[in-house]
Design a protein around this ligand. Structure first.
Ligand code: ADP
Ligand code: TPW
Length: 570
């Protein structure tokens, strides 16, 4: 680490540095290589110093997208993604992403400049005045403010530790303008910056908890392993594969755990999801929560008699929705290693009848899906458009997939197989719209590999301006907008006035033309063949591309698979 001496003042000349430089030095000392953000008072120079010091700064058009990018970077790398925002409105724009990161257990740090503390605290009306620290607290795993420049090193280290240790999450770090601009003697500064030692320490599960869990698995007639995005995040890919294969237990990946084990693995029960959820008698949750995405673990989706093992870093998660008979608290890498060590040969066996039931249902569902995918639909529907994408991506398994929307998400999850860990990013735990472009940018920036973002036309609108960012950095991102002219569907008619119905968007929109304004390539696709051809061409060039895929406005359902959550249909 080299401290950048910002300037030299006074007689005799004393080397000094400033808050901006200290923040950058502290980030660099802790291995931060990228910052995603939007500049303005008081943080513009922070981005400049970062760039000068070799940190890559990716400038966005809106803080929310920058925050989502930082969160995705956290998930993809296991190190906290950094989002930089300006005071008050910029800070608030980033807060959705911070909250989403916390909800999804992604490590990220929102670093925000803030206005003059003395004026903010007395509410005397400063430029962009807001009590940001308190505003951030309910949405962050932890929130800190640095009030003295000599505390910057500590503040950054604490923020990093809070983001990545235990259950990862979003952390807020408030840096008042006065602290950023303050000068500090270089010697004091040098001593205040340090690298946090072992910021995400291993959490070894208690041996008796592992034994209890294995004992329960031994009693199972119809066992099931559910892999969640916590398991993907844990980077215990080999240990999880080995445990699954050694025990022979069927597994079900949650959407962002798809690819942790390849979707064509013979033990995947994904195509028999309802059957395994409804009939499993012992369920081992690995980095997955029994939240709405798993019907809270309740009948009728689950058997009332099912017994649960839950492997998780957070003890408070246990019993959140139904009693967990065998909690295993630890980090997943340590826990899977402990399971493998403790497992005796032949200790867990899976009865043939269970596999027969799963294989029978899988065959039925695959046949049904095949009929939908190969239907001759004009205009395209979600299934036929996704089939075209699937066929191209089969030859591009290195590509990252970003997926948001309602039907676009639900069909996409089922139709697009994943073969590599941590290659799928989607609306996640909140089902949030607007993550698309930020996630795509982060995946491209962090990996250098191609990214395909398959997004609904409504979903795209939330972060669509970031196509300029994609073009500015010439990122290998292909966006496929599923244009069915609406939120969910595009065929609703308002019978009360001349205004469009609430769910209607312009189906005639040429989203492909937007990207050409920034020098990218735009295509329109009316058929699966055109879509496949254009996607293939885009992946070949690696240039920013947007394909306007025209989908039947009547295709899909309101709220996708969540129709039952609408209050009137509840
Ligand atoms: P999904 O939506 O895929 O079901 P969730 O986000 O609901 O997954 O659950 C992820 C769980 O994984 C959280 O409860 C979180 O505490 C846990 N988790 C995240 N990282 C780790 C880790 N490295 N070790 C153990 N548990 C983890
Ligand atoms: C931040 C509510 C859920 S899904 C959706 C909205 C607006 C868009 C669905 O239409 P889209 O997809 O994207 O065209 P498709 O495939 O069904 O046609 N605001 C936020 N998050 C959510 N979830 C919403 C609103 C919503």
């Amino acid at each position: 680490m080299s401290l950048n001496v910002a300037r030299t003042v006074g007689q005799p000349q004393e080397a000094v540095t400033d808050g901006f430089t200290l923040v950058v030095d502290a980030l660099r000392a802790n291995g931060v290589e990228k910052i995603y953000g939007v500049v303005g008072i008081p943080v513009t120079d922070l981005a400049r110093v970062a760039q000068a010091e070799g940190i890559r700064y990716i400038g966005f058009r809106h803080e929310q997208a920058a925050g989502h990018a930082a969160a995705a970077a956290g998930f993809l790398t296991g190190r906290p993604g950094i989002c930089l925002t300006v005071s008050a409105p910029g800070f608030l724009n980033g807060l959705v992403a911070l909250a989403n990161a916390t909800t999804n257990c992604f490590p990220m740090i929102q670093i925000s400049g803030s206005s003059e503390r003395t004026i903010v605290d007395l509410q005397q009306g400063d430029y962009e005045e807001l009590d940001q620290l308190n505003a951030a607290k309910p949405f962050a795993k932890a929130a800190f403010r640095v009030d003295r420049p000599e505390d910057i090193g500590l503040g950054v280290a604490r923020a990093i530790r809070a983001a990545v240790s235990g259950r990862p999450g979003g952390v807020y770090l408030d840096l008042p303008a006065a602290v950023l601009g303050a000068t500090v003697p270089a010697e004091v500064a040098q001593a205040s910056v340090f690298q946090a030692v072992d910021p995400a320490p291993a959490m070894i599960p208690a041996p008796e908890s592992v034994a209890r869990a294995l004992d329960l698995l031994t009693q199972a007639e119809r066992p099931l392993i559910v892999l969640g995005k916590g398991a993907a995040y844990a980077r215990a890919d080999e240990a999880i594969l080995s445990f699954v294969e050694t025990t022979g237990i069927p597994f079900l990946p949650m959407s962002m755990a798809k690819g942790l084990l390849p979707d064509d693995h013979p033990q995947s029960a994904a195509a028999a999801r309802s059957l395994v959820l409804g009939q499993a008698d012992v369920v081992m949750l690995v980095g997955a929560r029994l939240n709405w995405l798993l019907a809270h673990g309740q009948p009728p989706r689950w058997s009332a008699a099912a017994r649960f093992i839950q492997v998780d870093a957070d003890p408070v998660e246990i019993d959140s929705n139904r009693p967990i008979e065998a909690p295993v608290i630890g980090d997943i890498a340590s826990a899977m290693a402990a399971f493998t060590d403790a497992l005796r040969p032949g200790q867990v066996t899976v009865p043939d009848a269970w596999w027969q039931a799963i294989r029978g249902r899988t065959e039925q569902n695959v046949a049904k899906m095949h009929a939908r995918l190969t239907a001759d639909a004009t205009p395209m529907n979600f299934s036929t458009a996704l089939r075209a994408i699937r066929d191209v991506l089969d030859g591009h398994r290195e590509a990252y997939l970003v997926n948001e929307g309602a039907n676009t998400l639900d069909f996409g999850r089922d139709i697009l197989p994943m073969y590599r860990p941590r290659h799928r990013l989607d609306s996640g735990t909140w089902g949030v719209m607007g993550v698309g472009m930020g996630y795509a940018i982060a995946a491209a920036v962090e990996s250098g590999d191609p990214v395909v973002a398959v997004v609904g036309d409504s979903a795209f609108g939330f972060s669509g301006m970031e196509i300029e960012t994609i073009c500015r950095y010439r990122l290998p991102v292909v966006i496929v907008v599923f244009n069915n002219g609406g939120v969910y569907k595009g065929d609703e008619v308002n019978t009360h006035s001349a205004d469009p119905a609430p769910t209607v968007l312009l189906h005639s929109s040429r989203y492909d033309k937007l990207i050409t304004a920034f020098g990218g390539t735009g295509y329109q696709a009316d058929t699966p063949d055109e879509l496949g051809h254009e996607l293939r061409a885009a992946l070949k060039t690696g240039e920013p591309t947007l394909i306007n895929a025209v989908i039947d406005p009547a295709a899909g359902t309101e709220s996708g698979h969540l129709t039952s959550l609408n209050p009137r249909t509840h």
